[in-house]
Design a protein around this ligand. Structure first.
Ligand SMILES: [Zn+2]
Length: 76
């Protein structure tokens, strides 16, 4: 059975190449690496990061303002 290496497009033969359909172990590892990096991209949505940054900024600024103004009121 003949095929082409998905990485470097060299012709491979299932009777000759142990890493068929890849021409070599290096190309097989490279293909596995491609799949792994694609999975990482899918599992990390970008919009989640923006939502967290916005929420933190609001909740940190407001409480600090209240703490600074309240102690001054009873003295007057
Ligand atoms: Zn190859």
């Amino acid at each position: 059975m003949k095929h082409k290496c998905p990485i470097c497009k060299v012709e491979t033969d299932s009777a000759v190449h142990a890493d068929f359909p890849f021409c070599s172990e290096r190309c097989r590892d490279r293909d596995l690496g491609n799949w792994a990096s694609e999975k990482y991209v899918v599992s990390e949505p970008v919009f989640d990061e923006e939502d967290l940054a916005e929420g933190k900024g609001d909740s940190i600024v407001l409480p600090l303002d209240d703490d600074l103004e309240n102690p001054n009121d009873p003295e007057h």
